[in-house]
Design a protein around this ligand. Structure first.
Ligand code: GLU
Length: 425
């Protein structure tokens, strides 16, 4: 039942690996990256597939399929989240792992890139079943991971509790507690202050930079956010506190709109009470596909891949696209957005706040010395602002779009690391 891989037919456009490879090829060619290095960086370094038997609550055994892909360890331990979703594919995990390599390089933190995924539908599983899946998955990939090897973190449908189970399973096998094996842990177990908000905060910081660059004011800028979870919900909360006008929130079941700006805390309360953002008295309900196309200053897709494709890109009417999700825009859509002059803050920059604070968490765990929230936030701000400037000035200098600039910058940094290390034969 639940463990079956959904054999969804993935078109070339919506296959994230094809988008990732196309962007890689474009940036590598522009950069004049050595042909051998292109071969090294175009593919993942290691890919592990595991089939994990798990006892369900009703006494039956089910077998789930999971992946962990390490794209590169050239600049440090592999780093990246683990997602639980029914439509996880190896190609998706491959793309996400490569994006982690580029993301860590863009913000210049000493990590490579990795990603994991388990094909399962968490909405159909109990907490006890999720715990057993997580622990058995961890046990199956245990030689792959470790504070110096590969450091997982939360991603879609995984959270602090999932990380606590991974940390415990790993530590039980090692016979000592090793908190630095995962990030995004609860504060009580070596988590970092500011980590839950980090991705949303990073999105806000780079959006602010983009608005300034375009001569727009946050107070008057109309913001549309797609996704109201870890990334979108946090971005909405922080941005509304900072005075942005969030006019629309889009979720999987519809959208809510208020031209004067939504009361985000009240909307969160409404969702907690009713299970949906729809029917909120401070807004009108809207069709979710139409909402994505409304005229706005900032569009912040913060849900999943393939939201902006060749089918709708021409109708996007945002000045700034801030990619809170990984891969929300397809390669084909990139060209259309560029032709229409939309200022894109690419995912590998826009959502890098999460992994940046993961890096802070890993550093704090290894030091056994913890920072206060203000230290975390100001260090995050410094990295995000500098990285935004790096990407935008690279784009100006080489006369390319922001996404190509971010890829070129990342490829250059990773390529330089490999060149300096040399090849072990
Ligand atoms: N899953 C997040 C991402 O895609 C965070 C990864 C991490 O902190 O390692 O960036």
């Amino acid at each position: 039942m639940i463990a079956e891989a959904t054999t969804s037919v993935v078109s070339n456009e919506t296959n994230p690996w094809i988008s990732a490879a196309a962007r890689f090829d474009e940036a590598a060619a522009r950069l004049g990256l050595d042909e051998g290095l292109q071969k090294v960086l175009r593919t993942s370094a290691k890919e592990l597939t595991v089939h994990i038997p798990v006892l369900l609550d009703d006494g039956r055994i089910e077998v789930f399929t999971g992946y962990r892909v390490q794209h590169s360890i050239a600049r440090g331990p592999a780093k990246g989240g683990i997602r639980f979703a029914p439509d996880v594919t190896l190609d998706e995990v491959r793309a996400l792992a490569a994006w982690m390599t580029w993301k860590c390089a863009v913000v210049n933190i000493p990590f490579g890139g990795a990603k994991g995924g388990v094909i399962c539908d968490p909405s159909l599983l109990s907490m006890a079943e999720l715990e057993r899946i997580t622990r058995r998955y961890t046990a199956e990939i245990i030689e792959f991971i470790g504070p110096e090897r590969d450091v997982p973190a939360p991603d879609m449908n995984t959270n602090e509790q999932t990380m606590a189970w991974i940390m415990d399973t790993y530590s039980m096998h090692m016979r000592h507690t090793d908190t630095a094996v995962v990030t995004g842990k609860p504060l009580e177990l070596g988590g970092s202050r500011g980590r839950p908000e980090a991705t949303g905060r990073g999105c806000m910081i780079v959006t602010l930079q983009a608005l300034r660059r375009l001569g727009l004011e946050p107070g008057s800028a109309r913001v549309v956010i797609q996704g109201f979870g870890n990334v979108g919900g946090m971005a909405a909360r922080l941005m509304s506190r900072a005075g942005f006008r969030i006019v629309c929130i889009i979720e999987y079941d519809g959208a809510v709109y208020n031209a004067a700006g939504l009361d985000i805390e009240a909307l969160m309360k409404h969702r907690r009470e009713t299970g949906s953002i729809l029917g909120f008295e401070g807004a009108e309900d809207m069709d979710k596909d139409e909402a994505l196309l409304m005229e706005c200053d900032v569009l912040l897709p913060a849900a999943k891949e393939n939201v902006i494709t060749s089918a709708n890109a021409a109708r996007i009417r945002a000045r700034i696209l801030c990619e809170g999700a990984n891969g929300p825009t397809t390669f084909e859509a990139d060209r259309i957005l560029a032709a229409n002059g939309i200022f894109v803050i690419p995912d590998i920059l826009a959502n890098a706040g999460g992994v940046t604070v993961s890096y802070f968490e890993w550093v704090q765990d290894r030091q056994g010395y913890f920072w206060n929230e203000q230290q975390v936030n100001s260090r995050l701000e410094e990295i995000m602002v500098n990285s935004f400037r790096d990407v935008v000035s690279y784009a100006d200098k080489h006369n390319v779009h922001n996404r190509t600039a971010a890829y070129m910058l990342a490829l250059d940094r990773v390529g330089t690391a490999i060149r300096l290390r040399g090849l072990y034969a």
